[in-house]
Design a protein around this ligand. Structure first.
Ligand code: ASP
Length: 339
């Protein structure tokens, strides 16, 4: 029987209503089977582990990513798969980061959560949790079928670094507009074998924990003014800039903006162009409004999500890669995060 480790980091999924106060509070995770007795019916053995102080995922940060990666690393040889329970708000960020940090992964790490607490009558937590465990336990010829970091929510399994939270109310809270689901849960669990990441099982897991800092995300909007822009890019500890641009990678052609970006690049700081559209790709040079960026040496994020771009930027900055090789490596898919 496959061994699955369930790690609770926090978030709505692990909460129950305090009937006296009406407020949501974390429940004792060791009592999980009491809330979901169906877990006993699964064809796998489940162990649980919880952050001592579970957090709302809005408080997530790279230190917690390292902590989570460390927990998985310590337990890697004893388990066949991992399910991480995490608040949905920043789940795409954490799971994207883990996808880069866990190099040569050959076991599944499936993130899930819920919109309603596990103790709620209409909760989506049970299906999300049970199917995530089933997927993590799925094997082929005695080996885990899934060998990448995934996110499961509302009947769909996605490649984690392709996802974005798109809805704060609907059970269908995530989308992966540039990559198809890896599996869909209906009457049967339909696996999209073609879409799965093929890992080299002979390689040793390597957990990278030195994520770079000093990263800024800047979203373009009509009305951005010269002074605030100059103020932001003057940040002396700036190490990497993600520009969320219009459409296929377009920005204003005003000279203060392009000159400012040129200065950032002259300082040796990589600038990444990602689109603020939920789907589609950056293609610099198609319009005059992106040609300037291309000429300056701005790196194309292609069809990467903003969440994955930030994670990849921190990951590569942590490796101390020179600006020269930075572009080639950033523009190469490392974990299936871009085309
Ligand atoms: N604010 C919560 C969190 O992200 C929402 C959720 O759990 O889905 O931790």
């Amino acid at each position: 029987m496959p061994n699955i480790l369930l790690i609770y980091t926090g978030g709505t999924i692990g909460m129950v209503m305090d009937f006296e106060t009406g407020a949501l509070k974390n429940f004792n995770f060791d009592e999980l089977q009491t809330y979901i007795p169906e877990l006993n019916l699964l064809d796998c053995s489940i162990s649980t582990l919880s952050f001592e102080d579970p957090i709302d995922s809005s408080n997530m940060n790279p230190e917690y990513w390292v902590k989570l990666a460390g927990i998985i690393e310590e337990n890697y040889n004893s388990f066949d798969g991992f399910v991480v329970l995490h608040g949905s708000d920043t789940m795409s960020y954490t799971s994207s980061a883990l996808s880069f940090m866990m190099e040569n992964l050959s076991k599944p790490i499936i993130f899930t959560g819920s919109q309603l607490p596990i103790g709620d009558l209409r909760t989506d937590a049970k299906e999300n949790l049970i199917t995530s465990i089933q997927l993590a336990a799925t094997q082929e010829k005695g080996q885990p079928l899934i060998t990448e970091v995934c996110l499961y929510f509302e009947y769909k399994l996605y490649r984690a670094n392709r996802t974005t939270k798109i809805n704060a109310q609907h059970f269908e809270a995530f989308a992966s507009l540039n990559y198809p689901p890896l599996a869909e849960s209906g009457v049967e669990l339909a696996i999209n074998h073609e879409a799965l990441w093929k890992s080299d099982r002979r390689k040793q897991l390597n957990v990278f924990k030195n994520m770079g800092r000093g990263v800024i995300l800047m979203k373009m909007f009509p009305g951005m003014d010269e002074d605030s822009f100059a103020h932001i890019i003057a940040y002396p500890k700036l190490k990497g800039l993600v520009l969320e641009t219009y459409g296929s990678g377009n920005v204003t052609t005003q000279s203060w903006f392009l000159d400012g970006i040129a200065h950032v690049i002259e300082r040796g700081v990589p600038v990444i162009n990602v689109t603020q559209c939920s789907g589609g790709s950056v293609n610099m040079g198609v319009y005059e409004t992106s040609f300037g960026l291309k000429k300056l040496g701005v790196i194309s994020g292609k069809d990467i999500t903003t969440e994955a771009a930030l994670a990849k930027l921190m990951f590569l900055l942590g490796h101390g890669i020179s600006l020269k090789s930075f572009r080639t490596i950033f523009e190469t898919s490392l974990r299936g995060e871009m085309q």
